[in-house]
Design a protein around this ligand. Structure first.
Ligand SMILES: Cc1cc2nc3c(=O)[nH]c(=O)nc-3n(C[C@H](O)[C@H](O)[C@H](O)COP(=O)(O)OP(=O)(O)OC[C@H]3O[C@@H](n4cnc5c(N)ncnc54)[C@H](O)[C@@H]3O)c2cc1C
Ligand code: FES
Length: 264
């Protein structure tokens, strides 16, 4: 039976808001109910202000949980994320969560976790790394970006870096870097890949894992409205075990799915 997680919708005070790069901020919310129930891979849906601009809440992965607070890592791309970036200590926003499913970290199935992320896809990885480290599973982060300025390794340990332009680390994609390292990685016992990033990257990671027979979970993104399975705004197409395809609601059956379900 899947665990039933209580969902809270609360006015959460911001206790810290800080920029970690030109367009990415870490925002900390005081929300004990969500912090207590959150699992790596879950997300929250945030109403960034009380007005109708923007009307809809915005979804963000839970980046970290510390006591009664949660952190999100938000990249500024439009009006909702701009409001978040300009937020200050003491501001309050309505936060709904924890939402969605979580990464399956069940330790009996693998010895070493490869956390593969690109761009803002690193957002859920710190919480995941913390959980894996608590259960004494070895973790290696593979982080990709277009240039060194796009790399987000905030708080992550044991990082291997790839940049498209070679400005830092390996020159190429993070999947090229995985391919380059796979011989050595196989000496680390049974591997499992956890990935989050742009869809083309996730498809390449899924194809890599199929080729090398490595179990893999990916955290997907889609446009979202309600975040709780009512509006049908987050429908994505995935494969079925019979070889066909079906639509799932990513806010309820995701955002984490088995990479074998990705339509490549
Ligand atoms: C489950 C989930 C978890 C997410 N976690 C994070 C996170 O941890 N950190 C983070 O910075 N972002 C995350 N996102 C993406 C984030 O929700 C969007 O960037 C945000 O909603 C944009 O809001 P906005 O009002 O600033 O931009 P808008 O004004 O709504 O849009 C500006 C531009 O961004 C594009 N855009 C909007 N939403 C998305 C999206 N979901 N994916 C890709 N492009 C989008 C639009 O097409 C448009 O071009 C997540 C999305 C999902 C579905
Ligand atoms: S976001 Fe409304 S159904 Fe998924």
């Amino acid at each position: 039976m899947p665990e039933i997680v209580p969902i809270a919708d609360i006015p959460a005070a911001i206790t810290s808001s800080r920029k970690i790069s030109r367009d990415v901020s870490i925002i900390t919310f005081e929300c004990p109910e969500i912090a207590a129930a959150a699992r790596p891979g879950n997300f929250v849906n945030i109403k960034v202000n009380a007005s109708t601009q923007p009307l809809l809440r915005r979804p963000f992965s839970i980046h970290n949980v510390e006591g009664s607070t949660i952190d999100i890592m938000a990249k500024t791309v439009g009006c909702g994320t701009a409001i978040l970036a300009d937020s200050a200590c003491g501001d309050t926003m309505q936060v709904l969560g924890p939402l969605g499913n979580c990464f399956n970290t069940s330790e009996c199935t693998f010895d070493t976790a490869l956390l593969v992320s690109g761009g803002i896809g690193t957002a859920p990885m710190f919480f995941l790394e913390k959980k894996l480290t608590e259960q004494k599973t070895a973790c290696i982060n593979f982080i990709g970006g277009r240039t060194s300025e796009d790399l987000l390794r905030y708080k992550l340990s044991n990082c291997r870096i790839a940049t498209d332009d070679g400005s830092e680390g390996f020159r190429g994609t993070v999947v090229d870097l995985l391919e380059n390292n796979i011989g050595q990685m196989k000496e680390n016992g049974r591997l499992k890949v956890f990935a989050c990033g742009p869809n083309p990257m996730l498809k390449a990671v899924a194809a890599f894992c199929r080729k090398h027979n490595i179990p893999c979970e990916v955290s997907l993104e889609s446009v979202m409205g309600c975040g709780i399975g009512i509006c049908y705004g987050c429908s994505v197409e995935v494969t079925t075990p019979e070889g066909g395809t079906e639509s799932i609601l990513l806010c309820r059956e995701g955002p984490v799915i088995d990479a074998d379900r990705l339509v490549l």
